[in-house]
Design a protein around this ligand. Structure first.
Ligand SMILES: Nc1ncnc2c1ncn2[C@@H]1O[C@H](COP(=O)(O)OP(=O)(O)OP(=O)(O)O)[C@@H](O)[C@H]1O
Ligand SMILES: [Mg+2]
Length: 368
């Protein structure tokens, strides 16, 4: 068993409470507003939304994950299966099936769990009209209980051939469900902005935006310290600061580093720099296969710019100091290197400075 979880939705003792953020988010959702939740990757958007909605009394969550959805039929299936989790009773599923009769729903019994399950027929559920039917089914249920409908990785809808028409129809349905809050989740590093910020998009300005950033450092440190204690390790405040710094405050990366530190130490140990470095070496050992080729693919100039940013994260790459440090004379050369590095998603811009998408890559470069 591990004391630190990452790469999955966390809850219970693995979830560090975010009370202020939760209060703000609940207010929006309780007043029935549609919300678009954005944040950097691995910050904890999905966990936060699950956790927060579960604490709103009387509200039930319909969670639809659109990750890699490729067809309309798949979209319909995912909505139907999300609705099925609301109530496993056969009577509820029968009623749901009646509401989507044109999609030829079938009620089956899951072989492993014995729970009844609702699926739709592939051929009948592949038109835009089927999407309208599942959305109407959702509103019919919403008339009977308070629902919050969450679409995670919503931008993946753009990958469908019928994306434009689908978004238009979805928007048309959603705007009439004004008692039901709809929450759209996605990372700021992808195409969410095309859907919500482009005047051409049917979803333009259709939802209040809400951002999920880093967990408040004091709250996170308190939480991590308790987890280390449960794992019979002592950790100082300074060590926790260092861990947060290395992982760039990214929740999932912080937990990953804590896990490797835990693996590299024993009961009763106190965590200091040596232990943190031992944990980092485990992270590098897992990722070395990716980091080496990533660096090898770069031109000498791109590598020089990247290493310069790695050394001083607060640096402005167009400053004279930075350029002379990297041995570059020309602003255009820096611009081209930055463009390429960000196109490859190695770094991204954050108010004038540049950050590593993977903070462990930065640390690895600095340690070479
Ligand atoms: N409140 C929290 N307390 C502790 N750890 C958290 C919290 N939220 C997120 N994490 C850590 O971050 C990881 C990723 O969380 P989650 O999947 O919710 O983030 P996300 O922003 O939805 O990520 P993605 O961009 O991949 O969709 C979790 O596995 C966990 O390690
Ligand atoms: Mg997520």
């Amino acid at each position: 068993m591990s004391f630190f979880k990452y790469g999955m939705v966390v809850d219970g003792e693995n979830y560090c409470p975010r009370p202020e953020l939760a209060r703000q988010f609940s207010q929006l959702v309780e007043s029935g507003l549609n919300v678009v939740v954005q944040g950097e990757r691995r910050m904890g958007k999905t966990s936060f939304v699950h956790e927060t909605i579960s604490t709103i009394r009387g509200m039930a969550l319909v969670y639809v994950d659109l990750y890699c959805v490729k067809t309309i039929e798949e979209f319909c299936r995912r909505v139907v299966s999300a609705v099925s989790t609301l109530d496993r009773r056969t009577s509820f599923l029968r009623r749901t099936a009646q509401l989507i009769a044109n999609l030829r729903p079938v009620l089956t019994i899951d072989r492993d769990t014995g729970a009844p399950q609702l699926t739709v027929d592939a051929k009948s559920a592949n038109t835009v009209a089927s999407v309208e039917e599942v959305m109407d089914m959702l509103s019919a249920h919403a008339g009977k209980r308070r629902l919050c409908v969450v679409f995670d990785e919503f931008q993946d809808i753009l990958e469908l051939d019928e994306a434009d028409i689908l978004l238009a129809r979805l928007r048309a349905k959603i705007q009439f469900q004004n008692m039901t809050p709809h929450v759209f989740l996605g990372s700021v590093r992808n195409r969410m902005h095309e859907i919500f910020d482009s005047p051409k998009s049917p979803f333009y300005k259709s939802a209040t935006s809400f951002s999920v950033g880093a967990i408040n450092p004091d709250d996170f440190k308190k939480f991590l310290s308790a987890r280390f204690k449960a794992a019979r390790r002592n950790v100082s405040d300074a060590a926790l600061d260092r861990i947060l710094e290395i992982a760039g405050g990214i929740s999932g990366d912080v937990q990953e580093l804590c896990e490797t530190i835990w693996l590299a130490t024993r009961n009763g140990d106190t965590i200091g720099n040596a232990e943190i470095n031992a944990g980092l070496r485990l992270v590098f050992a897992r990722e070395e296969k990716a980091f080496g080729p990533m660096l090898a693919h770069l031109t000498p100039i791109q590598a020089a710019v990247l290493k310069g940013i790695a050394r001083t994260p607060s640096i402005r790459p167009f400053s004279g100091d930075f350029m002379s440090d990297c041995g570059i004379r020309n602003v255009g050369t820096v611009t081209r290197a930055l463009t390429r590095l960000s196109a490859d998603e190695i770094i991204y811009e954050h108010s004038g400075t540049w950050r590593f998408t993977n903070p462990f890559f930065r640390e690895w470069l600095n340690k070479r």
